[in-house]
Design a protein around this ligand. Structure first.
Ligand code: ATP
Length: 503
C-alpha cells in the first residue's frame, strides 16, 4: 500500500496533476501545487459538490467569505484557547508525534486483526459465510473489538477533559513505541495551537495579530443573519462555502492528505433547536449517498462515530475512505448545537437570532455541519482511479479511470496522420464540441502511443480522424475503460459523450 501512494505521487507529477510546491528550491514540506490537469480535476470536484449541495437544494445558498476575519472571531469560536493538538516527543529519536494519532494507529492494529479473521472465514466458507454473525459472536473478534472500544473510550475522555497526563499514561500502558526508533521513552504531552498568525498593517502588538482561518465555517456563522435576511431564508436552511483553510499541522505527511494549506467544502445547516438529531441523521445519509453515487466503490467507505467530541458538538462522525494509507477521514459531519452562534452573540454583543413565523418565537438556531476536504476528495479520486492493467503477453497499460464527469478532458481528438487534411478535420470536430466539453487535440507520436497517453491522463473518450472521415464524416470512438472502438457519426459524438459525462 505504501508503494501505491508512491505510484500515485509520481503519476500525479508526471502528468501535470500535482507538483511539489516551489520544487526548484527543493520544495516546501506539506505544500503542493495543482498543475494543469490537477486544477481541472479540482474544479470539477468543486462543481460536483456545489451542484449537489447548492443548485439541487432550494434552501441552500453559497457564499465566499474572506480568509482574514476579525481576531475576536477566533476567540469566540474557541480556536484561540482550544484548537490544539496533543504532542509528544520521543526522547531517544527526538521525533515529535501527535499523541492521538499514535493511539489511533495502535487501534488500527486491532482492526486489522479483526479484518484478517473475517477474511479467513470468507476464504474458508465462501458464500456460506455469515459475516455479520461472525462479527457478532466470534470470541477473537469480540475480544479485539472490546479492546478498541476501551482504548477509544479512554482516549476520548482524556482528550475531551484535556487530561494530558492520562493521554501519556495510555501511550505507556499500551506500550506504544516510536515508529522510527522503537523507543518507548516519551516526554510529557503538550498542547500546540494549530493557527497561523500574522500582523495586520504596520502596528505591532496583540491588537493587530490576525489569523489565517483554520476552517471556513466561521465565515458562514458571522454571516448567518446577513444571508438569512437578504435571502429571506426560512429555517431549515443551509449556507455552503468552498475555500482555503490553514493549519500548522505537526505531522504533515501523506501527500495532499494532510497539508498546512488546504481547501474545505463546508455546509452549515440551520435548524430548530431539538430537531438537530433528525437533521444530523439526514445529512449523514445524504453525504454518504453523494459519495457512493460517484462510483469509487461502495466498500471503500466507512462511517466512524466519534466518542471524543469537539468542544462545540453533541454528535459527530467521519466518513472515512480507503486511501492508499488505509481508511482515513475524508469528511466530517457534526452536530454543532447553537455553540458558534451563541459565542458570536456573546463576543460581538449582536443578536444572531431567527424569528420563526410558524412557532411565532425567536431562537438561536442549531447547526449541522458537513465538512469535506477538497484535497482529500481529490486524493480519493486519484488514488482510486489509478490502475495498472495486465493486457497479457507481458504487456501492461496504466489507466486513470477517473469518473467521466470529473475527468479533466472529456474527449481527445486525434488525427491519424499529420497530413492529408486530417488535422484540419480534427480541429473542426473540436470546434463543434468545445462549447460543451473540455477537449484535447494531440497529433504527436503514433496513435497507439497517444491512446496510452490519454489513458494515463484519464480522458474517457478518444476520437480518431482518418481518411474515411473525410469521405463519410464518421470517426473511430475509443472507450478509455474497455478500449473498445466503434465507428460513429461525428454528429452523434455530442450525445454519446454527453450521456456518459453527466452525473
Ligand atoms: P484530522 O483528524 O484528519 O486532522 P479534522 O478532524 O481535524 O481532521 P475537521 O476539522 O473536521 O478535520 O475538518 C474537516 C475536513 O477538512 C476533514 O474531514 C478533512 O477532509 C479536511 N482537512 C482537515 N485538515 C486537513 C489538512 N491538514 N489537510 C487537508 N485536508 C484537511
Amino acid at each position: 500500500k505504501e508503494d501505491k501512494l508512491k505510484e500515485v505521487i509520481s503519476h500525479a507529477k508526471e502528468y501535470g496533476y500535482i507538483f511539489p510546491s516551489s520544487e526548484i528550491y527543493d520544495g516546501l514540506s506539506a505544500t503542493y501545487d495543482y498543475g494543469q490537469l490537477g486544477s481541472e480535476l479540482k474544479n470539477n470536484i468543486k462543481n460536483y459538490w456545489w451542484t449537489a449541495m447548492v443548485q439541487m437544494h432550494e434552501n441552500i445558498v453559497g457564499i465566499d467569505a474572506a480568509i482574514f476575519m476579525h481576531p475576536k472571531t477566533w476567540k469566540a469560536s474557541g480556536h484561540v484557547d482550544a484548537f490544539n493538538d496533543p504532542l509528544i516527543d520521543n526522547k531517544d529519536s527526538k521525533k515529535r508525534y501527535r499523541a492521538d494519532v499514535l493511539i489511533e494507529e495502535h487501534i488500527e492494529k486491532y482492526r486489522a486483526k479483526i479484518e484478517k479473521d473475517v477474511a479467513k472465514g470468507i476464504k474458508k466458507f465462501g458464500d456460506d459465510f455469515d459475516e455479520a454473525q461472525f462479527r457478532a459472536t466470534n470470541p477473537n473478534v469480540l475480544r479485539n473489538q472490546a479492546k478498541i472500544d476501551e482504548i477509544e473510550q479512554r482516549m476520548g475522555e482524556a482528550l475531551t477533559n484535556e487530561d494530558l497526563p492520562a493521554v501519556k499514561a495510555l501511550i505507556e500502558e499500551l506500550g506504544i513505541a516510536c515508529p522510527i526508533s522503537g523507543s518507548k521513552n516519551w516526554t510529557d504531552v503538550k498542547q500546540f495551537n494549530l493557527m497561523f498568525s500574522t500582523e495586520l498593517g504596520a502596528v505591532a502588538g496583540d491588537a493587530s495579530t490576525i489569523y489565517l482561518r483554520p476552517e471556513t465555517a466561521q465565515g458562514i456563522f458571522v454571516n448567518f443573519l446577513n444571508v438569512q435576511k437578504s435571502g429571506r431564508m426560512k429555517i431549515p436552511f443551509g449556507i455552503a462555502q468552498i475555500g482555503k483553510a490553514f493549519r500548522n499541522e505537526i505531522i504533515a505527511r501523506q501527500f495532499i492528505f494532510r497539508m498546512r494549506e488546504f481547501e474545505q467544502m463546508e455546509m452549515q445547516f440551520f435548524v430548530r433547536p431539538g430537531e438537530e438529531m433528525k437533521w444530523y441523521e439526514h445529512w449523514k445519509n445524504e453525504r454518504l449517498k453523494w459519495h457512493k453515487a460517484l462510483g469509487l466503490g461502495e466498500n471503500n467507505y466507512r462511517v466512524h462515530d466519534h466518542i471524543k467530541l469537539a468542544h462545540y458538538a453533541n454528535a459527530a462522525c467521519d466518513i472515512e475512505f480507503d486511501f492508499p494509507m488505509g481508511f482515513k477521514e475524508l469528511e466530517g459531519i457534526h452536530s454543532r448545537t447553537d455553540f458558534d452562534l451563541k459565542q458570536h452573540e456573546e463576543h460581538s454583543g449582536k443578536k444572531l437570532q431567527y424569528f420563526d413565523p410558524e412557532l411565532n418565537e425567536n431562537y438561536t438556531p442549531y447547526v449541522i455541519e458537513t465538512s469535506i476536504g477538497l484535497d482529500r476528495m481529490f486524493l480519493a479520486v486519484l488514488s482510486n482511479s489509478l490502475k495498472v492493467e495486465d493486457l497479457g503477453e507481458g504487456k501492461t497499460r496504466t489507466v486513470l479511470q477517473i469518473p467521466a464527469a470529473l475527468a479533466p478532458y472529456k474527449v481527445a481528438v486525434l488525427p491519424l496522420l499529420k497530413k492529408d487534411g486530417l488535422p484540419e478535420k480534427a480541429r473542426e470536430i473540436i470546434n463543434s464540441l468545445k462549447f460543451d466539453f473540455n477537449c484535447q487535440y494531440d497529433e504527436k507520436d503514433t496513435v497507439g502511443k497517444r491512446y496510452r497517453r490519454q489513458d494515463a491522463i484519464g480522458t474517457p473518450f478518444h476520437v480518431t480522424v482518418d481518411h474515411q472521415t473525410l469521405e463519410d464524416n464518421t470517426v473511430t470512438l475509443r472507450d478509455r475503460d474497455t478500449m473498445e472502438q466503434t465507428r460513429v457519426n461525428i454528429s452523434d459524438l455530442k450525445a454519446i459523450i454527453g450521456d456518459k459525462v453527466s452525473l
